[in-house]
Write a protein that binds this ligand. Structure first.
Ligand code: SF4
Length: 62
Protein backbone atom coordinates (compact mmCIF):
# COMPACT_ATOMS: atom_id res chain seq x y z
CA UNK A 1 0.00 0.00 0.00
CA UNK A 2 1.36 3.35 -1.00
CA UNK A 3 1.10 6.24 1.36
CA UNK A 4 2.19 9.55 -0.06
CA UNK A 5 4.02 11.61 2.46
CA UNK A 6 2.06 14.76 1.86
CA UNK A 7 0.82 15.21 5.36
CA UNK A 8 2.81 18.43 5.46
CA UNK A 9 3.89 19.56 8.86
CA UNK A 10 1.40 22.04 10.14
CA UNK A 11 2.36 24.72 12.65
CA UNK A 12 -0.89 24.18 14.52
CA UNK A 13 0.15 20.61 15.25
CA UNK A 14 3.86 21.17 15.53
CA UNK A 15 5.74 20.71 18.78
CA UNK A 16 7.85 23.80 18.00
CA UNK A 17 4.95 26.21 17.79
CA UNK A 18 4.58 28.53 20.76
CA UNK A 19 1.96 31.03 21.74
CA UNK A 20 2.26 34.17 23.81
CA UNK A 21 -0.67 36.21 24.93
CA UNK A 22 0.26 39.89 24.73
CA UNK A 23 -3.29 41.10 24.58
CA UNK A 24 -3.55 39.31 21.29
CA UNK A 25 -2.23 35.84 20.82
CA UNK A 26 1.09 35.81 19.04
CA UNK A 27 2.23 32.52 17.60
CA UNK A 28 5.82 31.85 16.73
CA UNK A 29 8.16 29.04 15.90
CA UNK A 30 10.66 28.01 18.56
CA UNK A 31 12.71 25.71 16.35
CA UNK A 32 16.45 26.29 16.88
CA UNK A 33 17.18 26.07 13.14
CA UNK A 34 14.59 28.48 11.94
CA UNK A 35 16.03 30.97 9.47
CA UNK A 36 13.46 33.66 10.06
CA UNK A 37 14.58 36.21 12.66
CA UNK A 38 11.24 36.62 14.32
CA UNK A 39 9.77 33.23 13.65
CA UNK A 40 6.36 34.79 13.74
CA UNK A 41 3.62 32.50 12.54
CA UNK A 42 0.49 34.46 13.13
CA UNK A 43 -1.68 36.58 15.38
CA UNK A 44 -4.88 35.33 16.93
CA UNK A 45 -4.52 31.99 15.28
CA UNK A 46 -2.61 29.91 12.83
CA UNK A 47 -3.67 29.96 9.22
CA UNK A 48 -2.76 26.33 8.70
CA UNK A 49 0.20 25.02 6.84
CA UNK A 50 3.61 26.41 7.53
CA UNK A 51 5.82 29.23 6.33
CA UNK A 52 8.40 29.10 3.56
CA UNK A 53 11.19 29.16 6.09
CA UNK A 54 9.97 26.22 8.14
CA UNK A 55 13.14 24.37 9.20
CA UNK A 56 11.38 21.04 8.88
CA UNK A 57 10.99 21.51 5.13
CA UNK A 58 14.61 20.66 4.35
CA UNK A 59 14.24 17.32 6.01
CA UNK A 60 11.02 16.58 4.13
CA UNK A 61 12.32 17.49 0.70
CA UNK A 62 15.28 15.16 0.88
S1 SF4 B 1 7.55 26.77 11.12
FE1 SF4 B 1 7.83 24.55 10.97
S2 SF4 B 1 9.00 24.01 12.80
FE2 SF4 B 1 8.14 26.03 13.13
S3 SF4 B 1 6.21 25.68 14.20
FE3 SF4 B 1 5.74 25.79 12.03
S4 SF4 B 1 5.80 23.68 11.31
FE4 SF4 B 1 6.83 23.74 13.29
Amino acid sequence: MEMRNDRAQNCAECEFARMYDFGSRIYYCDHANRTDDMGKLGVDGLAGGRPEWCPLREKDSD
